[in-house]
Ligand binder design. Structure first.
Ligand code: ACO
Length: 400
């Protein structure tokens, strides 16, 4: 890699790379990704190993602090998260005034941004980021569950701190004051796996946004709120909602996948893309999609759920993998292709799929933000090639 910043200072040379397809914006020691070979490691540990053996909070600690926690470190980390799960009632008051049909991602990004108003020490006292890291990890699931409760017309649940991270979230989502609710360990374990698979993915759109906003020394809550907004778009995290809606549309249309393959092959004229297919970096199977596909089979079998869209998804994948358009462009299922099917089996509504992604990605965003600060990176400020008008005279309003 060539460091072109020196070249610019010496010659005025600017590279143009729309979408940063080939531009490295930072050095990072957090996540290794080989898109050609389909490899993904967090801090040197393979995603396959972590998904099978770790808890989400262990992975969060690993990403943020660089090493797997010792038993003592883990106990302290988990305990401090448990003690910060309640969200200030003032934030609740803001939430109460949001419309019942607000998209849960709109609610999430707004309320995370609002947290900075409740914790002014996040911008007043520099260098004390750990408190805010813990607060965010602890409070995001609580805020996320409120959207679901409001949509159901049910009272919100307060966190139960004798439960682990995933079980606590599920309890806040699904328990009702009028009947006993016990978290199904199959559901909690599936959620744990999904959150780990989403926990980091180096310099993707939302993570780059978090680093860019943070590079102006904006506080952690504001930077993460910006990341949540970036994630919402259908070309990024919002794809998981789009995938299920697409699979449902195919089912309602008689289940003929070939028609949709044909539409996607003519994406330029139809404007239709196969959601959950293709990736900026993976030009081979997304290793997360492999794990999620198997998990979808396992979870649906264990829960006794028969979801016809799983068969449609598999049919679509097979048709695409045998089609020269998709083969030539190296378009494979990405992490979002099967994740929605699992979320649905766990009882999570479609409009909350991207919120689930955000809960999973939070440790990655935090780790990348922390790394950016520790490396004292300069403010992010891309250049441009100007294509507008050359200098012209101002025409007063009455002469226009
Ligand atoms: N369906 C049909 N054709 C596609 C698809 C798709 N899903 N994805 C890419 N292509 C085609 C493009 O039309 C283009 O064809 P061309 O060479 O004939 O012009 C070629 O494949 C390359 O696509 P680009 O859009 O240039 O690739 P880019 O790296 O910019 O985009 C992206 C990657 C945004 C993920 C794209 O593949 C896409 O839109 N996929 C669907 C949305 C999606 O699933 N997003 C989730 C990504 S994973 C994540 O963020 C968690």
């Amino acid at each position: 890699a060539v460091d072109i910043s020196k070249l610019r200072d010496e010659t005025g040379f600017v590279t143009l790379d729309s979408g940063y397809k080939n531009t490295g914006a930072t050095k990072s020691a957090i996540t290794f990704l080989d898109g050609e070979k389909g490899i993904l490691n967090y801090r040197g540990y393979s995603i396959e190993d972590l998904a099978a053996k770790a808890t989400f909070l262990e992975v969060a600690y690993l990403l943020i602090y660089g090493e797997l926690p010792t038993q003592e470190q883990y106990a302290e980390f988990e305990d401090s998260i448990r003690r910060h799960t309640i969200v200030n009632e003032g934030v609740r008051a803001i939430f109460d005034n949001f419309p019942v049909n607000a998209h849960p991602m709109a609610t999430l990004s707004s309320l995370v941004s609002a947290l900075s108003a409740f914790y002014p020490d996040s911008y007043d006292e520099k260098g004390k980021d750990d408190r805010h890291i813990i607060r965010l990890l602890a409070k995001l699931p609580t805020i996320a569950s409120w959207s679901y409760k409001k949509a159901q017309g049910h009272p919100v649940n307060y966190p139960k701190n004798d439960l682990d991270y995933c079980s606590n979230f599920l309890n806040m989502m699904f328990s009702l004051p009028v009947e006993k609710y016990e978290v199904d360990p199959v559901v909690a374990s599936a959620l744990n796996t999904l959150l780990i698979l989403h926990a980091d993915h180096e310099q993707n759109c939302s993570t780059s946004t978090v680093r860019l906003v943070g590079s102006s020394q904006a506080n952690l809550y504001s930077s993460i709120s910006a990341g949540i907004s970036a994630l919402w778009g259908p070309l990024h995290g919002g794809a998981n909602q789009e995938v299920i809606e697409m699979l449902e549309a195919i089912k309602a249309d008689g289940g003929d996948v070939s028609k949709y393959i044909d539409m996607a092959k003519n994406a330029k004229t139809t404007g239709f893309r196969l959601f959950g297919f293709g990736h900026r970096v993976y030009k081979n199977f997304d290793p997360r999609a492999k794990i999620i596909k198997k998990a979808a089979d396992d979870v649906l079998t264990k829960l006794g759920v028969n979801d016809p869209v799983l068969e449609i998804a598999k049919g679509l994948e097979e048709a695409a993998l045998n089609d020269e358009y998709f083969v030539a462009r190296k378009l494979y299922p990405n992490v979002d292709f099967y994740s929605g099917i699992i979320y649905r089996a766990l009882g999570i509504p479609t409009n909350m799929f991207t919120v689930m992604f955000a809960i999973g990605r939070l440790p990655g965003w935090i780790a990348q933000w922390k790394e950016m600060r520790a490396m004292k990176e300069p403010i992010g400020r891309p250049r441009q090639i100007y294509t507008g008008a050359t200098l012209r005279d101002f025409v007063p309003m009455e002469q226009r």
